[in-house]
Design a binder for this molecule. Structure first.
Ligand code: GTP
Ligand code: MG
Length: 151
């Protein structure tokens, strides 16, 4: 099954939105296979956002991601990379649809509370950056046959 990297950013943690965000992924039918609370260094944050290093907001973004606790997670499920991004909503909360995490819970692009990998390659890279293999679990949940309709 596909895996993606999801993080509650410092603003989401400070605003008490960890459980709200987890529950949206969990209720959908996705499976949590790794989770930890970390305060990333600015250097680490810069690595995470290396693709944006030429953007004018890169420094502020790296500073912000390293400004406090982040909840780093790996979620597993069919299509979780693409559909996880749909649950999250557009980058700019002014443009995110109602019903999405950013649409319902955030207001400005610089404080959009959650990160999600944008494709299979970045998902793999980000999972490897944030987690050691032994920090992730593989298991079959009891609900899976009801979620996927297979034995
Ligand atoms: P992530 O899931 O956090 O990677 O967001 P995204 O994939 O929807 O957007 P992108 O990777 O392009 O940008 C990463 C993050 O940079 C965004 O989530 C925003 O927090 C921030 N960001 C993007 N564009 C802007 C911008 O124009 N101004 C500011 N201040 N921040 C931005
Ligand atoms: Mg991105």
């Amino acid at each position: 099954l596909e895996r993606t990297f999801i993080a509650v950013k410092p603003d989401g943690v400070q605003r008490g939105l960890i459980s709200e965000i987890i529950s949206r992924f969990e209720r959908k039918g996705y499976k949590l296979v790794g989770i930890k609370v970390v305060v990333p260094s600015k250097e680490f944050a810069g690595k995470h956002y290396h693709a944006l290093k030429d953007k004018p907001f890169f420094n502020g973004l790296s500073e912000f991601l390293s400004s406090g606790p982040v909840v780093a997670m790996v979620w597993e499920g069919e299509g979780v990379i693409t559909y996880g991004r749909k649950l999250i909503g557009a980058t700019d909360p002014q443009k995110s649809e109602p019903g999405t995490i950013r649409g319902d819970l955030a207001v400005v692009v610089g404080r959009n509370i959650i990160h999600g990998s944008d494709g299979p390659e970045t998902a793999k890279d980000e999972i490897n950056l944030w987690f050691k293999p032994e920090e992730l679990v593989s298991f079959t949940s009891n609900a899976e046959k009801w979620i996927y309709g297979v034995n």
